[in-house]
Design a binder for this molecule. Structure first.
Ligand SMILES: [Mn+2]
Length: 435
C-alpha cells in the first residue's frame, strides 16, 4: 500500500480547533434556511458532498507566459506524481476526485504502461476524467517523426496526410483513455486563420467537421466527446471553432456522442455565458465546463476571483437545466497559474466553485418563477440577490468535514507544509510538463 499523500490525522488535528465555530455557523444558517422554507441546509450539504470537479494535470505545475516561467519547486516530475498532487488536493477539499490528462504532455509511452498508471491512481482514489488531445503542437509520435507539421492546422489542414495524423492522434488518445478508465475526449482544436485570406472559412470548417466525425466514430459506446470553442489564440484572425454556435454545429456534425464544452475564459468580453449555457442545455448539447475566471481574455485566473456573480448565475442555469439538480456533465477546472502555488490556487478555485453552486441551490426557485410570471423585475432580482448574498461557506465547509477533508483546506495545506515536503522529495527545480 502507498502511504497517504497527506496523513489524515494531520487534517483531523487541523479541523479540531475549527469545529465548534463551524457548528455554530451551520446551526445559524440551518435556522435561517428553515425559516425561508425552500431549501434545507442538509440538502445543500448533501449536494456538496456529492459534487466533484476534476483537476487538470497541467494545473499542478506552474504555468508559463511568453514572458517567462517561475517554478514553485517540488513540481511533479511524472504523471504519477501529478496524480499524487491531485490526491493531496482531494484529501483537503473532498471535491476533486479525478484528474484530466492531456496528451502529449502526459503521454504514457513504453516502457511506462497505462495499466500501471491506472493502478497507481486507483490506490490514490483518483479517477481519470476526460482525456484532452491537442494537435496545436507537433508531436513526433503521430506526425510521422516530425515530417508533418500542424503549423497550418490539424483537422483543417489542406494536406490530407496532416489531417489523418491529427485523426490518428485523437484515436490514440481515446485508446489510452480506455486503458485508464476514462470515458470522454475533449478535442483541443486550435485550427484557424492568422491572416485574412490565408484560408477559406467554409473549407476549413468542413474539413474539421469531417475529421471530428471520424474521431467520433472511434469512440466506445459509453464515451462522450466535447468540442470546445475559443474566439482567438493561437489563431488571431479567425478560429474554426470560434463561438458556441460553431461549437454546436461541429458537435452536431460529429455525431450523437458529441456535445459542447464551455470554457469560461473562451468568450469575447461581456458575452452572456449563462445564456449560452441555457441555449446549449435546451438543445441537449451542453457537455461540460472548464472553470476559470477572466478579466480580458483567456486569462486562466482563479475561478470566482473576478466575476463571482456570473459563476453563481451559471450554476443557476445548470440547476434550471437539471430540474433542480446539477446535471451530470463534465465539470473540470482549466487554469494555469504563473505566480501562485498551483495547489493553493486549485484549493481556492474549488472552494469558489462549491460556494457558487451552494448559493445557486439556495435560490427560491418558486418565488423566482412567480416574479418572472408577474413581470416583477425588482422581485426577481431580490430573489437572486438574497441567495447570492447568503454566506453559504459553513455548509461547504461542513460537507468537507463530513467526508474527512479539511474545514479550512488552504489553512490545512499550509499547516502540513505539503509544498516543502515535495521540494524535499522531488527537488526545488523540477518543472512539470504543460503550458
Ligand atoms: Mn479549456
Amino acid at each position: 500500500m502507498l502511504e497517504p499523500v497527506i496523513d489524515p490525522q494531520r487534517i483531523a488535528d487541523h479541523n479540531e480547533s475549527l469545529e465548534s465555530r463551524l457548528a455554530r455557523g451551520v446551526e445559524h444558517l440551518a435556522t435561517e434556511l428553515d425559516a425561508d422554507g425552500h431549501t434545507s441546509a442538509d440538502q445543500v450539504i448533501d449536494a456538496m458532498v456529492e459534487f466533484s470537479v476534476a483537476a487538470p494535470s497541467w494545473a499542478v505545475g506552474t504555468g508559463g507566459t511568453r514572458f517567462g516561467r517561475f517554478p514553485v519547486g517540488g513540481e511533479p516530475r511524472t504523471t504519477e506524481e501529478k496524480v499524487d498532487d491531485v490526491a493531496a488536493l482531494h484529501a483537503l477539499t473532498g471535491s476533486n476526485s479525478s484528474i484530466s490528462l492531456h496528451v502529449p504532455w502526459d503521454d504514457v509511452q513504453p516502457p511506462d504502461d497505462p495499466a500501471g498508471l491506472r493502478r497507481h491512481a486507483d490506490q490514490r482514489g483518483i479517477r481519470f476524467d476526460a482525456m484532452n488531445s491537442n494537435t496545436f503542437q507537433d508531436n513526433p509520435s503521430t506526425t510521422d517523426g516530425g515530417r508533418l507539421t500542424y503549423k497550418f492546422g490539424s483537422l483543417a489542414n489542406t494536406d490530407p496526410a496532416v489531417r489523418q495524423a491529427a485523426v490518428d492522434h485523437n484515436k490514440y488518445v481515446i485508446d489510452l483513455g480506455m486503458a485508464l478508465g476514462s470515458e470522454a475526449l475533449t478535442v483541443w482544436l486550435a485550427d484557424g486563420i492568422n491572416h485574412p485570406g490565408q484560408a477559406d472559412h467554409r473549407d476549413q470548417f468542413e474539413r474539421v467537421a469531417a475529421g471530428l466525425r471520424q474521431i467520433h466514430d472511434h469512440l466506445p459506446a459509453n464515451w462522450q466527446m466535447y468540442t470546445e470553442h475559443k474566439p482567438y489564440e493561437p489563431a488571431f484572425y479567425a478560429t474554426v471553432n470560434q463561438d458556441w454556435g460553431s461549437s454546436l454545429l461541429l458537435a452536431e456534425a460529429a455525431g450523437e456522442k458529441a456535445s459542447c464544452l464551455v470554457d469560461l475564459g473562451h468568450h469575447l468580453p461581456n458575452a452572456n455565458i449563462e445564456q449560452i449555457v441555457s441555449r446549449l442545455a435546451m438543445v441537449g448539447r451542453l457537455g461540460g465546463f472548464h472553470f476559470n475566471d477572466s478579466k480580458y481574455g483567456d486569462d486562466d485566473l482563479t475561478s470566482g476571483s473576478i466575476k463571482p456573480f456570473q459563476l453563481f448565475l451559471i450554476f443557476g442555469e445548470l440547476i434550471r437545466a437539471g430540474d433542480g439538480r446539477l446535471p451530470a456533465l463534465a465539470y473540470m477546472i482549466d487554469q494555469s497559474h504563473n505566480i501562485k502555488d498551483p495547489l493553493e490556487d486549485l484549493i481556492q478555485s474549488t472552494d469558489a466553485i462549491c460556494v457558487a453552486y451552494a448559493q445557486a441551490l439556495v435560490v427560491d426557485r418558486t418565488a423566482l418563477a412567480a416574479a418572472q410570471l408577474d413581470n416583477d423585475a425588482t422581485g426577481a432580482q431580490q430573489v437572486l440577490q438574497n441567495a447570492f448574498r447568503t454566506d453559504v461557506r459553513p455548509l461547504v465547509a461542513e460537507a468537507r468535514r463530513r467526508v474527512g477533508a479539511a474545514i479550512d483546506p488552504l489553512g490545512a495545506y499550509r499547516a502540513v507544509d505539503y509544498r516543502q515536503a515535495m521540494i524535499e522529495r522531488r527537488g526545488s527545480s523540477t518543472v512539470a510538463t504543460g503550458l
